[in-house]
Design a protein around this ligand. Structure first.
Ligand code: IFM
Length: 465
């Protein structure tokens, strides 16, 4: 039950702050069973891309193409989590994280995408899971965070509808090895983002472009998600199964009717082309006709499966304008409301949008149990000085979103937890290593970890008692 609205001052974590600043860092209490966690993804942190029998993913190949990654870096080493996971698990435990969402790498576990399972690939996750459990951190696994085996891309990747079965087979092999200890499984991370940037805009792997390409990638991800959930339920009925969507309120930047129409199209592409098939078994009106030729047999029944939870990745609202030249729903990012503060990515800081997303799930999708599975911010942090990385903007960002979580809970939304993005500075896709989202600083030359002040702030918030 929701406890009395009391405030916890995270003062012990921030001894250097003045009293006024400490008061500003007060956060509301959340229910005692609220799950506090941190999220990462395998490709962004593991490194060791040629160890343990791992094969190339589409992101390895993409990053090797000149000009694809803004700072020319790659993820060959990344945060070297593959070798340093015990230290990272210690950071989770010391920070009072009750849960950790990581992703498993399909190209480690089934290097060719289909066929033989690579036991050495599973061994790594076996070790990680045991370490987490030993330190009292609950493992939450996500089966796909954009690192498709390159071998499958050569067979059409997400354009080939056979991928639904390939993904289910990989999911079953992974659960077969880890499912005795990992109870929480998410299928896909942000399928719309993967479909849009990887398969329509082309600035993410596999670098495909065009709207027909988006439609196929989106539909086949929906199908793979439903197929894998059904397969895992049959394999192990005690698992807690869900998936993870990036959700954002979409608003027209102006009051022009064409911008309002663009916002509706963008909303479908980003949000409801995921939500409606999963929860209602339909595509939204804006795109139903365009998906129709791709829908075969009982596809929609396979896609509409019961989930035990929905992971929600929330970063900000989308402000859009009509743009007939844009491959993304003929919509482009437009001006944000005057005075909007932004992160170093240029993304608007709008914690209230988190409440709006949760209200939408409550009112339009029967209020599924939901977890904020990613929320965080990129800022240009100063380098560590005397073992300290002072990142007050990130700490403030997290605090504001925790306050928004509390508001959503108070409004009856079934929000059950908050996972920060991200535990570590990592490889931020097309931006490379230059964009830092971590609450723990990683020196990419030495791989030394330094907890930032935002980590200390969160640790104090999550401290039991
Ligand atoms: O780093 C990504 C993550 O992989 C997916 N969600 C958004 C994050 C920040 O861009």
């Amino acid at each position: 039950m929701i406890r009395r609205r009391t405030f916890l001052a995270a003062s012990a974590a921030l001894p250097f702050l003045a009293a006024r600043a400490r008061a500003q860092m007060a956060v509301p209490k959340l229910p005692a069973d609220f799950v506090w966690g941190a999220s990462t993804s395998c490709f962004q942190i593991e490194g060791a891309v040629r160890e343990g029998g791992r094969a190339d993913s589409i992101w390895d190949v993409f990053a090797r193409e000149p000009g694809r990654i803004a700072d020319g870096t790659n993820a060959d080493v990344a945060a070297d989590h593959y070798h340093r996971y015990p230290e990272d698990v210690d950071l989770l435990a010391a920070g009072h994280f009750r849960a950790y969402r990581f992703s498993t790498a399909w190209p480690r576990i089934v290097p060719e995408g289909t066929g033989p399972v690579n036991p050495a690939g599973l061994d790594f996750y076996d070790r990680l899971v045991d370490q987490l459990l030993e330190k009292g951190v609950q493992p939450w696994a996500c089966l796909y965070h954009w690192d498709l085996p390159q071998a499958l891309q050569q067979r059409g990747g997400w354009h080939n509808r056979d991928i639904a079965g390939w993904f289910a087979d990989y999911a079953q092999a992974t659960v077969g090895r880890l499912g005795d200890r990992v109870k929480h499984w998410a299928m896909l991370n942000e399928p719309s983002v993967h479909a849009i940037f990887g398969h329509a805009v082309g600035n993410h792997a596999p670098g495909l472009t065009g709207w027909p390409s988006y439609l196929k990638a989106q539909h086949h991800q929906n199908l793979a998600q439903g197929t894998a959930i059904a397969a895992l339920r049959a394999q192990k009925p005690d698992l807690v199964l869900g998936t993870v969507f990036s959700l954002q309120p979409v608003l027209p930047s102006t009051d022009k009717p064409e911008d309002a129409a663009a916002a509706q199209r963008f909303d479908a592409a980003w949000n409801t082309n995921n939500l409606d098939p999963l929860f209602k078994g339909i595509y939204p009106a804006a795109y139903a006709d365009q998906f129709a030729p791709l829908i075969k047999g009982d596809d929609m029944a396979r896609i509409k499966v019961a989930v035990d939870f929905l992971g929600v990745n929330y970063y900000g609202r989308a402000h859009v304008v009509n743009d007939p030249d844009s491959v993304l729903a003929q919509a482009g990012w437009g001006p944000q409301p005057p005075g909007t503060r932004t992160t170093a990515m240029g993304w608007p800081i709008e914690p209230q949008g988190l409440v709006e997303v949760m209200r939408r799930l409550r009112d339009e999708y029967a209020n599924p149990p939901a977890f904020i599975m990613e929320n965080g911010a990129c800022f240009d942090d100063p380098p560590p000085r005397n073992g300290v990385v002072d990142d007050p903007e990130r700490a403030a960002f997290i605090r504001q979103h925790i306050i928004a979580c509390r508001a959503a809970v108070d409004e009856g939304c079934a929000l059950r937890g908050y996972f920060v993005w991200s535990l570590l500075d990592n490889f931020e896709w097309a931006e490379g290593l230059r964009r830092r989202f971590g609450i723990v600083h990683v020196d990419f030359a030495t791989l030394k970890r330094t907890p930032k002040e935002s980590y200390r702030f969160l640790a104090e918030v999550m401290k039991p008692g």
